[in-house]
Design a binder for this molecule. Structure first.
Ligand code: SAM
Ligand code: SF4
Length: 439
């Protein structure tokens, strides 16, 4: 008889992709996904600690699930960054928790589950696996097929930006072999996936440490050849490592979408130095100019942090100046939040919470206006849209994305999902577009 797994996922795309990997692994152990924790035999909380204080959230989720342990005998586990950081402490604090699975231990889940089912033993597995085999991912079954899919090409990071927890909870950079990645993308294409987004903290580092000699652009070239894949995206490229070869790929590779997510974090050279980012405002702007020269229609998005320790008003002004100069299509802006164990958490010159909040509001207001203007400039244009499914607002409408990754809604039937269709943009909003299909 099939069993049911419920996974609650926090955080970024990387974590969502880990959830998908776990689901694929568990399919092999006869666990099917359920969206209802009350009917699950296995409940997992997949945690992220990059931007938020996650421990509190995890303990409160565990509190919510306690009764499913008592009433249904569900097995309960924590995976992801918090599992990696807290390890045995989680088992000590939560007596009904059965397993703690670190970021490199995902492939062990089926084996550990058998152990728990057989012996009732509680397990904690948080060792780093240095050979990269933890990145192996089972191919998806058809039940998990979608129009677009993320594909993890590497994990971990060697950069050690002073604010960031990633190198500590995900370990050093490790790439998956190109053979494995191509096999996965080809399989997804056979299942009807039209768009892949390649994931890594620093995709420019792809290939380092592999036996084969391959760069990230080399990998893109090979994926560009895969039949039935219509669109390729990737995230994230570190500005310091964005190579001319990769910039050129935006004009050479037909399937590579005209969108680059290039986090800058701050516009102040002094703060960039304290963040240990390895570039200046000027060199960042030079890369942006190159991207615009090579691919004039490119859409640009980025991450920015406000209120990093020591950030003064003039540093913040530099950040505002940078975003006005670049004219990003969208921006993911957050307040700095200290992460235990990182260097910046020790920095003394903290910025007051109210100042951080005020700066964030000012920045977001400016960006809202820029985003709206960028969207309005598209009114009247025809864009190729990949239809993803039914729109949230109306069942007469479908939703999809342009090549520049903008959300667009228009009247159409659900069987258009997976099709590439021309859509004329009729109205721009701050977070989406409205259009009319032309066929
Ligand atoms: N590797 C990418 C890069 O180099 O820009 C970013 C990956 S990071 C996991 C995702 C984003 O989380 C960062 O771009 C940064 O804006 C944000 N972030 C990371 N640590 C943070 C912190 N301590 N406080 C606030 N935001 C943080
Ligand atoms: Fe974190 Fe910096 Fe690595 Fe990005 S490059 S994951 S911000 S340490």
């Amino acid at each position: 008889m099939d069993k049911r797994v419920y996974i609650e996922t926090y955080g970024c795309q990387m974590n969502e992709q880990d959830t998908e990997r776990i689901l694929r692994l568990l399919e092999g152990s006869q666990y099917l996904e359920t969206k209802h924790a009350q009917e699950a035999d296995l409940i997992l909380i997949n945690t992220c600690s990059v931007r938020e204080k996650p421990e509190h959230k995890v303990y409160s989720a565990l509190g919510r699930f306690k009764r499913f342990k008592e009433e249904n005998g569900a097995i309960i586990g924590v995976t992801g960054c918090v599992a990696q950081q807290e390890g045995d402490r989680l088992l000590d604090r939560v007596p009904y928790l059965d397993m703690v699975i670190g970021t490199h231990a995902i492939p062990l889940i089926p084996h550990l589950l058998k152990k728990i089912e057989g012996t009732g033993e509680r397990v904690c597995e948080i060792n780093f696996n240095e050979n990269g085999t933890y990145l192996r991912t089972p191919l998806p079954q058809s039940s998990l097929a979608k129009v677009k899919s993320y594909v993890t090409i590497m994990q971990g990071c060697d950069h050690f930006c002073s604010y960031c927890i990633v190198p500590y909870v995900r370990g050093r950079e490790k790439s998956r072999s190109s053979v494995e990645i191509i096999e996965e993308v080809s399989h997804l294409a056979e299942m009807g996936v039209k768009e892949v987004c390649l994931l890594g903290q620093n995709v420019n580092g792809y290939g380092k440490g592999l036996e084969e000699e391959i760069s990230f652009t080399g990998l893109l070239e090979r994926i560009n050849e895969i039949r039935r894949i219509e669109r390729i995206r990737f995230t994230t490229s570190h500005p310091k490592d964005l190579s001319e070869e990769l910039i050129q790929a935006f004009s050479k590779l037909k399937k590579l979408c005209e969108h680059s997510h290039l986090p800058f974090q701050s516009g102040s050279d002094r703060i960039l130095k304290a963040m240990h980012r390895g570039y200046t405002k000027e060199s960042y702007l030079e890369k942006i100019d190159r991207l615009k020269e090579v691919c004039p229609s490119i859409a640009l998005t980025a991450d920015v942090i406000v209120g990093f320790p020591g950030e003064e008003e003039k540093d913040f002004e530099e950040t505002l100046d940078l975003l006005k100069k670049v004219q990003f299509d969208d921006l993911f802006s957050v307040k700095y939040s200290p992460r235990k164990g990182t260097r910046a958490a020790q920095f003394q010159d903290k910025v007051e919470e109210k100042v951080k909040q005020d700066r964030l509001s000012v920045l977001q207001e400016i960006q809202r206006e820029i985003t709206l203007q960028k969207n309005q400039a598209l009114e009247g244009q025809v864009e190729e849209v990949l239809v993803e499914g039914c729109s949230k607002q109306s069942d007469q409408d479908v939703t999809g994305r342009t090549r520049s990754n903008k959300i667009i809604n228009f009247e159409g039937a659900l069987n258009l999902a997976g099709e590439l269709v021309p859509v004329k943009i009729s109205k721009a909003y701050p977070h989406s577009l409205r259009g009319e299909m032309l066929i």
